[in-house]
Design a binder for this molecule. Structure first.
Ligand SMILES: *Cc1c(COP(=O)(O)O)cnc(C)c1O
Length: 501
C-alpha cells in the first residue's frame, strides 16, 4: 500500500515518524506506541484566492493534497458525494447574525449535528476501502450524544462494516438517544452503559487494546477500528469548513476572522488550528466551555488538573467531558514529542499536568477560552432568539463568548454545532422562561411543537420542523438494554458470534 512519495504520519509521543500512512492510521487508529497519530510539519497554501474559487468538495481535495493524504481519487470523490444528502446545498452555510457576527451552521447533515461533517464522508470511505480490500471491519465509537447517531447513520446497511456505539445512559438528550436506539439496520449495535462519557471513551480505548477481544474478532474475520475523534481522518474532514468561512467572507471583502467554538474533545477546534497552519487568516481560536470547564482552565492557567473534578451533566451534553483527547495533538504541534510524552504521562499517572509560563504564553497568542453556566446558556439562547436567530445549547456557549468579545472589533464567527431541535426541552425552557425542573413531564416532541409555536408568533421566518426529527418519535426503540461497561467485550463477542452462525 505504501508508495515512495507517501508521507508517513507523525506520532505525538515519539520523534520518529510512524510507518503508517494516513489511510492505514484511519483504518487502525489504535497506535501501539501509546500516543496519537497526527500531522507533522504543515506547509501553508501559497495562494488562498485560488482555493476560495473552488467548491466545498474541491477545497477538501486540495487540503488533503497539501496534507499528503492520498486516497484513490474515485473513492474520495464518491465519499464526498455524501454531502449531497445535506439539508443545505451550501453544506455549511455561513449566516450573518448581525454586523461582525456570523454563524457557521454545521448541522445540516442527516443527524443534525456537526459530527456528520466528518462522519458522513468517513463512513463512506471506510466502507468502500473495506470492499476494495475484501475485508470486514468492526467500528467502535463512544459518544456523548452526537458521534453515535452520526456513526450509526453513516454505516447503516453497510455490507462490510459493523458499527457499535457506546453511550452514557441518561447523558444524552431524548432525540439523541432515540437517534441511536431506533436504529434497525442489522449491522448496528448500541450499548447504553451505566456511567458517563469519560467511561464510554475509556471503555472504547480498552476494547481497542484488549488482546483477547482483538484475537476473537480476527478469528471471525473482522478488523477493529474506531470512529472517535482520536481517528485522524475525522480531524482532516473538520479542517475543510473553516475554509468555507474564509471563502464566504472574502465575497464581502473580509479577510481575517476569529472563530468561537463550543468544545469538548477538542476535535472541532483542532480542525481550526490545522486550518490556521494551512495559512487561513484566523486571528483567534476561542474555546467556549460549559460548566465542565477543563479546557478553559487549561487555556487560561496552563494547568490541566482533573484530580478534584467531577463530570457534571449540563444542558450541552456533547461538551460534558474531562479528558479532552485532542489536546495531545495540540501539545505535540506546539511543544514536540518529548514534552508531549512528559505531559501526557503526568496526566495519566498523576491526573494533572502543568505548562510553563512560556508555553502558556505561546498558546495564548492564538487561543482564548471561557466557560459558561447552564443559567447563562439559557440566557444566550433567549438573547440570540431576540436578535432573530435560534441556536442550540452548545452553540449558546459560543454565542455568549462572542458577545463578550464584541468590542474587539474583529469579524467573529461562532461555530454552530447542532440544530436546536436536538435539545428541544432546554431550548423551550430558554424561550418560554419556564424552569427546566417544571418541564420534566414534557417530552421532546411536545417541547418541539411549543418552540415552533413561539418561533412562528415571534419571528418573521420560515423555520420548518424537519420531518426526519419528528419521525424519530414514532420509530420503535430496539436497543433498550443497559450494560456494565466492563462486560461489553463479552456482549460484543456474543453479537459477532451470533452473526456468524
Ligand atoms: C461533539 C460536539 C461538540 C464538541 O466538539 P469537540 O470536537 O468534541 O470539541 C460540541 N457541540 C456539539 C453539538 C457536539 O456534538
Amino acid at each position: 500500500m505504501q508508495t515512495n512519495n507517501e508521507t508517513m504520519l507523525a506520532q505525538t509521543r515519539s520523534n520518529t515518524p510512524t510507518n503508517k500512512t494516513f489511510v492505514q492510521a484511519m483504518l487502525n487508529p489504535n497506535a501501539d506506541f501509546g500516543g496519537l497519530y497526527t500531522f507533522g510539519k504543515i506547509t501553508p497554501f501559497e495562494n488562498l484566492t485560488k482555493i476560495y474559487a473552488l467548491s466545498y468538495t474541491e477545497i477538501c481535495k486540495e487540503i488533503f493534497q497539501q496534507l499528503h493524504i492520498h486516497f484513490d481519487s474515485h473513492l474520495l470523490e464518491s465519499a464526498l458525494q455524501s454531502y449531497q444528502n445535506f439539508g443545505s446545498k451550501d453544506i455549511a452555510p455561513l449566516v450573518k447574525i448581525y454586523p461582525n457576527l456570523y454563524s457557521l451552521e454545521l448541522y445540516h447533515g442527516p443527524t443534525y449535528a456537526f459530527k456528520d461533517m466528518a462522519l458522513q464522508p468517513f463512513s463512506k470511505l471506510l466502507d468502500s476501502i473495506a470492499t476494495q480490500q475484501k475485508k470486514k471491519y468492526l467500528i467502535l465509537s463512544a459518544t456523548s450524544g452526537d458521534t453515535g447517531p452520526a456513526t450509526l447513520q453513516g454505516f447503516a446497511h453497510s455490507k462490510n462494516v459493523k458499527a457499535i456505539c457506546i453511550y452514557p445512559k441518561g447523558g444524552t438528550s431524548e432525540v439523541q438517544r432515540l437517534q441511536m436506539t431506533t436504529q434497525d439496520a442489522p449491522n448496528l449495535k448500541v450499548f447504553g452503559i451505566y456511567g458517563d462519557f469519560d467511561l464510554a471513551q475509556s471503555t472504547l480505548k480498552s476494547l481497542l487494546r484488549n488482546k483477547e477481544f482483538n484475537a476473537y474478532l480476527k478469528t471471525n474475520g473482522y478488523e477493529l477500528s474506531a470512529a472517535n475523534s482520536v481517528n485522524i481522518a475525522r480531524i482532516a474532514f473538520q479542517i475543510v469548513y473553516y475554509f468555507k468561512i474564509a471563502k464566504d467572507l472574502a465575497k464581502e471583502n473580509l479577510e481575517e476572522f476569529s472563530v468561537i467554538i463550543p468544545s469538548g474533545n477538542f476535535g472541532n477546534a483542532l480542525g481550526a488550528f490545522f486550518a490556521k497552519q494551512l495559512g487561513l487568516p484566523i486571528k483567534k481560536i476561542c474555546i467556549a466551555s460549559n460548566p465542565n470547564d477543563i479546557l478553559t482552565q487549561f487555556f487560561t492557567t496552563g494547568v490541566y488538573d482533573i484530580r478534584e473534578k467531577e463530570l457534571k451533566l449540563s444542558y450541552s451534553p456533547a461538551m460534558d467531558i474531562l479528558k479532552s483527547s485532542n489536546i495531545e495533538r495540540l501539545l505535540f504541534a506546539y511543544f514536540g514529542a518529548d514534552r508531549t510524552k512528559e505531559l501526557m504521562e503526568s496526566l495519566e499517572n498523576n491526573a494533572y499536568f502543568n505548562l510553563t509560563d512560556n508555553e502558556l504564553n505561546t498558546l495564548q497568542n492564538l487561543f482564548e477560552a471561557k466557560s459558561f453556566s447552564d443559567k447563562e446558556c439559557l440566557q444566550g439562547i433567549k438573547e440570540s432568539f431576540a436578535s432573530g436567530y435560534i441556536i442550540d445549547p452548545h452553540t449558546s456557549n459560543a454565542y455568549l463568548f462572542a458577545k463578550e468579545r464584541q468590542n474587539k472589533n474583529e469579524t467573529q464567527v461562532i461555530i454552530s454545532t447542532a440544530h436546536f431541535s436536538k435539545f428541544a426541552k432546554v431550548v423551550f425552557s430558554a424561550l418560554s422562561g419556564k424552569n427546566p425542573k417544571d418541564l420534566e413531564a414534557l417530552n421532546d416532541k411536545e417541547a418541539l411543537h411549543n418552540i415552533l409555536a413561539i418561533i412562528h408568533s415571534n419571528l418573521d421566518t420560515n423555520v420548518k420542523l424537519d420531518f426526519g426529527i419528528l419521525n424519530i418519535f414514532t420509530k420503535k426503540e430496539i436497543h433498550t438494554q443497559s450494560y456494565n461497561a466492563n462486560e461489553l467485550d463479552t456482549y460484543i463477542m456474543q453479537w459477532i458470534g451470533n452473526e456468524m452462525n
